[in-house]
Design a protein around this ligand. Structure first.
Ligand SMILES: [Zn+2]
Length: 296
């Protein structure tokens, strides 16, 4: 089994903009990081707090988003930044930001992808650990029939199939797509897909004090007849975004994956749960797994 070499950035990159939850103006820096340090997020507005590793161990429960927390510092909505990094196979990066969440951009990963591609990538000497799916894993949601499973795949890559069906009365049409991972395909077919929300859900969030600065132009807000004040970038932009979310959430495992993940209406909580189950049922192949490498 040939492992891929780890990558980091050639130089630092910056994105700025409004955080969707808090409405705060945020500056975020991506910095190169040494091999085997993974992705970490550091709150510059909380002096003295350490970088938070973007791994499953530091995920804290949230509705409709991924958040990580350590030592009194929390970063909300990490998933679209993580998707941009994982989509480009950037394994080591220190993400510093001056607020509780990254800039939301247009609700996709495009703003991060552009900054990261401008900075450029460098290959490092250490190998990227790999997890090869050998056992079937499966997690179901408590409500709404959501389910996600993971199992072996004949190809040596990560494959994600996502099916989204919110029923006949939803303004979001049923849609399904399979993504056989490559950075090129991620950038072209998925990185532009924006987060989406129903008008009623947006109103409920605003009532809770979230998203007060968001307007329909900032992301996809669905009314009864489709997106309000906005046009879809692809008819199936929603399922593309759900796959983008999976790429970002699966990166919390901190390794490459060879396996087929099949999701039906899955969200962040189920994505985390399947990753925990997959990690518990498998061993990582890394620099120290000489037997596996020679046997492969
Ligand atoms: Zn998302």
């Amino acid at each position: 089994m040939t492992l891929r070499q780890q990558q980091t950035l050639a130089r630092s990159a910056t994105v700025t903009g409004m955080g969707f939850l808090t409405g705060a103006d945020i500056t975020l820096h991506f910095h190169p990081a040494p091999e085997n340090t993974g992705i970490t997020f550091q709150r510059l507005d909380l002096p003295g707090t350490e970088p938070i590793p973007a791994t499953l161990d530091f995920v804290v429960p949230r509705q409709r988003r991924t958040a990580i927390s350590k030592g009194g510092a929390t970063v909300e909505m990490t998933e679209h930044v993580m998707a941009a990094l994982a989509g480009l196979q950037i394994d080591n990066c220190l993400v510093q930001l001056d607020g509780p969440e990254p800039p939301g951009g247009d609700g996709s990963s495009l703003h991060c992808i552009q900054a990261l591609l401008d900075a450029g990538l460098v290959t490092q000497s250490a190998d990227r650990p790999l997890l090869v799916l050998e056992h079937e894993c499966r997690v179901t949601g408590e409500r709404d029939h959501s389910v996600i499973s993971a199992g072996p795949v004949p190809r040596r890559t990560l494959v994600i199939t996502f099916e989204l069906d919110y029923g006949p009365r939803s303004p979001i049409r049923p849609q399904m797509l399979t993504f056989e991972f490559s950075p090129e395909l991620f950038v072209t077919n998925f990185s532009f897909a924006r987060t989406f929300i129903l008008e009623s859900e947006a109103a409920a969030l605003k009532a809770q004090g979230y998203g007060s600065r968001i307007t329909p132009g900032d992301l996809l807000i669905f009314g009864p007849n489709g997106p309000i004040g906005n046009e879809l970038r692809a008819w199936d932009e929603c399922v593309r975004h759900k796959i983008l979310d999976c790429v970002g959430d699966f990166a919390l495992l901190g390794c490459d994956l060879h396996g087929h993940f099949r999701a039906y209406r899955s969200g962040h909580a189920l994505n985390h749960a399947i990753c925990r189950q997959v990690a518990a049922a498998h061993r990582l192949i890394d620099d120290h797994s000489d037997e596996e490498r020679h046997a492969a």
